[in-house]
Design a protein around this ligand. Sequence first.
Ligand SMILES: Cc1ncc(COP(=O)(O)O)c(C=O)c1O
Length: 357
Amino acid sequence: MTAIWSVDTEQFYKNAVNVVKGNSIMAVVKNNAYHYGLEFAVQQFLRAGINTFSTTSLREAIRVRALAPNATIFLMNAVYEFDKVREHNIHMTLPSLSFYYEHLEDLRDIHVHLEFENLLHRSGFKSLLEIKEVLEHHAQNNNVHKMKIAGLWTHFGYADEFDVPEYSIERQAWLDVVETLLSEGYQFEMIHAQNSASYYRENDVLPHHTHARIGIALYGSRPYSTINEDEIRQSLTVKGNIIQIREVNAGDFYGYSFAFEAQNDQTRLAVVDVGYGDGILKSRAKHEALINGKRYPIRALMMSHMFVEVDEQVQAQDEVTLYSNDIRVDEYTFKGVGANSEQLSAMNHDSLIKEYR
Ligand SMILES: Cc1ncc(COP(=O)(O)O)c(C=O)c1O
């Protein structure tokens, strides 16, 4: 018996179709497609009608190109391997004025998307003036191999915050940039800004935008808690097995370094074959596991094991579910365990059996 990480392929695909809702979606497949597996995710997204992908790593972008020869692939991080970007026809962000002037020559024939910095302050042009400086400079460049301006984009840093005004501030600042440029006659093949939270908040793709740039919703986790669970469904299951049941007495300690003190005699502790070495976060182990359809408290987490306090209905060899659509990653995000992507990324694909069903 070994703990299993498994994905229900039909459920993954159906969720993607549901998220797309007939809109133009750019699927974010960074970090091994949020750890669902790059090849698997790209194939299912293609099946769901998505033909635009983005990632932060050139290596991943090249892997996506091999899987999707006709797709538009957008690299959200600037890189310096310009020949490879050209060779694989990858679109790339243009992250600043200085990058533009320094790499004017290197960027020849590369499709770039001008990035607006906005409130996240991670990367991008600081103002509309800076963007216009590039647009005007570019218009005067007569080199037939000059870079191709294909897109305009930003990233919202506050779309999943509801109690502060920052989302409406960054949204308005961005729409002002877009509307001003369009009203002055500039045209862009692609305009994109929205992550999952913004896409669901707006209930649509923003005006003038060609794509929403979606990650976590495509992977079956809700970006905020007031979205109905049926709208975004989880295809991932992570489960282990009960190796044995120990009956323990009040006052005894279990797990490393006094991790759990039994409160009652005849406390039943299930020893389960999954632990933090498999990717279960310590903060997740403060909550429950699902056994035979009922939730039981996890009492201690070790590298390859955990203790779950159970009742008489639970026996050795029963399955113990840590994540499924009935005990979802996003539920624990909202309980403060860690971001959806943090819980997903922690999974150890070398120690867990990995299955696509
Ligand atoms: C630039 C950028 N766009 C889009 C996304 C997708 O965000 P989400 O997973 O919340 O949909 C991310 C994720 O971190 C990102 O960094």
